[in-house]
Design a binder for this molecule. Sequence first.
Ligand code: ZN
Ligand code: MN
Length: 480
Amino acid sequence: MALVYQPKIGLEVHVQLNRLKTKLFCSCSTNYQGLPPNSNVCPVCLGLPGSLPVLNREAVRHALMVAKALNCSINTRFNFVRKNYFYPDMTKNFQISQYDKAGGIPIAMNGRMVVDVDGKTVEIRIRRIQIEEDPGRLEHPFGLGSSPYVLVDYNRAGMGLLEIVTEPDMKTSKEARAFINKLRSVLEHLDVCDTSLEGAMRADANISVNGGNRVEVKNISSYKEVEKAIDYEILRQTKILEEGGVVQRETRHWLEAKGVSVPSRAKEEEQDYRYFPEPDIPPVVLSQDFLNEVFSNMPELPDARVKRFVENYSLSKYDASVLVMEKSLADFFEETLKFYPKPKIVANWVIVEVLRQLNERKAQLKELPLRPVHLAELLKLMEDGTLSSKLAKRVLVEVCETAEPPSQIVKRLGLTRIADEQVIREIAKEVFKENPKAVEDAKKDAEAVNYLIGQVMKKTKGKADPVLTNKVVRELLSDL
Ligand code: ZN
Ligand code: MN
């Protein structure tokens, strides 16, 4: 008899507060990507003896906005703790973090986020959100485990992180991906994280099947890998159960390049961290004024934006959600409306054609030269009959490649649609002469009619108006 396998999945997502100007406890820049190793450091983020950390007030603001967006209760008095461990990515041998035991009080707890998965609503509870510092980055020049030496770069050390911990409320990798995607959209809308930067969002997943032991999969270095890593782990555990085995409680390491996880060696247990309150940073007390100021300046959040798109622009909830899931896409849509105020047409082109360009090029919107004003111009050229939709799609590709305005591309390529019935008739007559067999077949075979229409389109390089061509070919046939 086949067993029913019920996975339970919880996530720990580390979000880098890379929209801040400075690191969490010092005035080093957050803009470290691409810098020479160990050039973006100071005594505080290097953890040199005698240096003292000072909490970045804006980091608290960003954390509060995320906590509010995830419906958490806020601890108006919170503190920091030391998480002790020995590892070269932290020269102090501890990480300044937050904790909910041993006297620790994190900034926010008990939240929830609602996601839509296959038309069903799933609520995922948030256990807590904590502020902590990012460690440095280790580089294994010859691959993990096979390098004779390891390099360390502290440029990232001391970056502000939020660790967002969910309850194990997800049952499929799809739900986990929906959670991550929506969280991403929330972070982008709050403008607290540029999630497209390397290492901006890293997840660990806790996975158990049928109430068995929980396995932690670490090092899922991009949100895109989450689904793969979880599916792999569910499959691995299910196989063990099917063979009558017992899943070991362990920590595993996701190897992105190979698409597999491996057991990671000697991982500390919670008690090894010897958490205790950080003596260098006094407890933080949030004033009501500060809270009011932060919460009254919250940007529009994804749920509200979807609702507004449905109500103001009459979009379907599905289309609105697709746009809002990617903030840059929703922004592009609304910007295009300023030049071409027809929401349904614009939404359709953004969701189908612009997304196609992004997918085919594996690019982000900001990497393409395509601008809202280009799309607006293109749609106007279609509306006034200059371009058929087929030609418009071709022009869109050109815009993405050359950054030229659509009208210029139309001129350069001579792409104007042929809408003169007389011209199309003459071309159709030529096609009839060249294809006597198809003309004969067309009297009883619809396929042959389409073939003739196709030949006219081909002869005009797709410029003939398809509706007119259809009409003209059928008229010519009935005249025979
Ligand atoms: Zn520093
Ligand atoms: Mn952490």
